[in-house]
Design a protein around this ligand. Structure first.
Ligand code: PRP
Length: 206
């Protein structure tokens, strides 16, 4: 029985294929899929769905993919009932609140505190727990621009090297949690393809 894996196109996919190839799978077709969105390894044991990072949990939750590889940030934001079976260790970064410290201090005293983010659910939950009312400015990318142009007071975003923050004169104000790539599995698939999924975990954890 083959295992279908939803993989976030881009940085994470490259490492996934590296690890699977080190474990003996030939992922050449998945590495160079052209415009194709589904590819198999040479043995036919693995089938890859190449999707946007934020969509990985959706494919796994609906059971059209048995498993998926996504960042912890995406999993927190999507909040789907999936089994997170392994921290794969790569794709490490931090989920942070960042901004200009003086502006942040001023905003805390103002009536509206605006947070720009690609992660509205995480932001909502975090500030609700703190009892701090916020206005969420939902963006799809280039989030660091928002405080620079007065669209928000701070951002909630992932920081990897810190280069984007530095280039835009923003500081980390608070670290929320570490982020790395995780293997998530559909609960039904775990029952029906237990051995295949165990083999996949062994290959990815190399
Ligand atoms: C991510 C994130 C930051 C940046 C952090 O954006 O949203 O903007 O990377 O990385 P750094 O700390 O190494 O600079 P991404 O590159 O995914 O692009 P996006 O802005 O289009 O979301």
């Amino acid at each position: 029985m083959s295992v279908t894996i939803a993989v976030a196109k881009g940085r994470l996919a490259g490492v996934v294929f590296d690890r699977l190839e080190a474990a003996g799978f030939d992922c050449a077709a998945a590495r160079e899929p052209g415009r194709k969105l589904v590819a198999e390894d040479a043995s036919g044991a693995l089938r890859f769905m190449l999707v946007k990072p934020a969509d990985v949990p959706t494919y796994v939750d609906h059971g059209v993919a048995d498993a998926g590889v996504a960042g912890k940030d995406t999993l927190l934001e999507e909040n789907r009932p999936l089994y997170e079976l392994a921290d794969l260790g790569f794709g490490q970064c931090r989920l942070c609140i960042a901004g200009d410290p003086a502006r942040h201090a001023q905003a805390l005293r103002a009536s509206v505190y605006r947070v720009a983010t690609k992660y509205p659910r995480i932001a909502q939950t975090l500030y609700e727990q703190r009892g701090q009312p916020i206005e969420i400015i939902r963006l799809s990318g280039s989030v660091e621009l928002a405080p620079l142009v007065g669209l928000s007071d701070v951002i909630l975003d992932i920081v990897e090297s810190g280069e984007t923050l530095r280039a835009n004169s923003l500081d980390i104000l608070e670290e929320i949690c570490p982020v790395s790539a995780r293997l998530v599995v559909n609960p039904v698939a775990l029952k029906t393809k237990t051995e295949e999924i165990r083999a996949l975990i062994r290959a990815l954890e190399i």
